[in-house]
Design a protein around this ligand. Sequence first.
Ligand code: SF4
Length: 151
Amino acid sequence: MHRIYENNDITVFWDSEKCRHAKKCVYGSPQTFDISRKPWIDVTIAPTAEIWQTVSECPSGALTCVYNHEISVKLDTDACKSIAYDGNRQIGECDYRVTPDGWNIYHTEVMPEYGGKGIAKRLVYKIVEAAEKAKASVIPTCSYAAKVLNG
Ligand code: SF4
């Protein structure tokens, strides 16, 4: 399971398959990581610095995070894509097709000047999370999406 959580400053990713359920995060930021709550992660309560520190101490790599750099990422299920914006300007997108076998992610692209900010990962996670919530399989034809899912 892949989940993405955002506040104004950061985006947190959680990959349940890597999680060892050791609860280090629960002790590090109890307001953020609460296994009695659904969803169990909420990045809107505790200070961002506390969340960042806790995520960086996850021993398994199940939790990762990036700064948003004031870039927003939206999912458009009608257009079958996620889109990254700097203000009103589109600066990246990730595209998928809904097939009988699952959601096929076939293209991910971010403008080169916006590279190294984790935007492509945010784009892929938006789609993967939605597919998983729709109980659809994810088929990462795009090599970058495959790297995000298998890395
Ligand atoms: S610290 Fe990481 S490995 Fe441990 S429970 Fe939290 S997410 Fe899972």
